[in-house]
Ligand binder design. Sequence first.
Ligand code: ZN
Length: 398
Amino acid sequence: MRNNTLLFGLWILLSSFAAGLAAQDIKVADIRFGENGEATRFVLDVSAPVKPNIFLLANPSRVVIDMPEVQWQLGRSIEPKGIIAGFRHGLFSSGTYRIVLDLKNPAVVSKAFPLPASEGYSDRYVIDLKSTGSAAFTKAVKVSRAARLKVIKPSVPVAPPKIVRRTDNKRIIVIDAGHGGVDPGTLGRFGANEKILTLKISREIKRELEKTGRYKVYLTRNKDIYVPHRSRFALAKRVGADLFVSVHVDAIKNSKVRGGTVYTLNERASDKEAARLARKENKSDVLAGVDLAYTNDEVSSILIDLAQRETMNASAQSAEILLPEMRKQVRMHKKGHRFANLLVLKSPDVPSILLETGYQTNKADARMLNSRKGQRSISKALRIAADKYFETLVVQGR
Ligand SMILES: [Zn+2]
């Protein structure tokens, strides 16, 4: 019985790939969760037939459903049922739209099939999940991984932007809009996802900085798409950035907590709050359904560690210069500079800071973060702070 389930899973995977993922402009009009005896059913209402690529991931137990780049048309929030604890969706990479289902307990795909449009129904795709023991789950994860590796072509990296030779004396800044795509980030009082706010703020910062004629600004993403941590700081290196600023919006249970914080990298968090933040911000790959078993960690050699230590000091210095300037323009937390072990700041040679612009869970902060005026204040603060920072570098002969 167990073997049949596994074989069936394999068949699903292979047949999905055979069908190809070339469909375009497919709309997802609705999704449904249902409980049918022991099985949990997940149904997608789609405007044209789809054959998703489905696979399992462990630690934590997840089901990942990859489709071509669909248009997600549901505005309302939907509660998951049965064995599904939660779910996320969004653009995973150019051409791939991903749904990640978080499982309460290990489960396998017992059935997955398309249902053609019929009276009153659009095309659907149905996935049935069935609880399983952890040994069977581990086996199913392995099978789905093996099948995936056999057919998946290595992902083609996005064409790198041309390396800019500085002939114009402009300082190069990379602004990193936190989260994106299948990783939504925090959710705020006004229902805004962090990923949407960080993009708005980042675009505003780019405008504000470039307006001066003193800066060339690159955004790590300019649409709602997932970008791995290392691709974010790799961009900074590629364009020869002088400064990397990752933009985020925090959330916390206590709605009274407010104000921005500048974070720089340190393996040891400066306090409990910094440790909490690092745990949250570093989870991006897990949330996006990335198979961490297959990411090789090239950020671990001793040479890089040494360069990084120097960069860490430079980053901390930049934060100390930026902070008082930020404080003049926007509300900053009392303890405005903290240290945390943040993956996105692990650029070996570009001074990097992470700016938590405020707390979405605080009414005043949320209002500020959601307004154009507030987004402009943050941008202005960062521009003045950057001016000051680079002036200091010039004085120091750097
Ligand atoms: Zn964040």
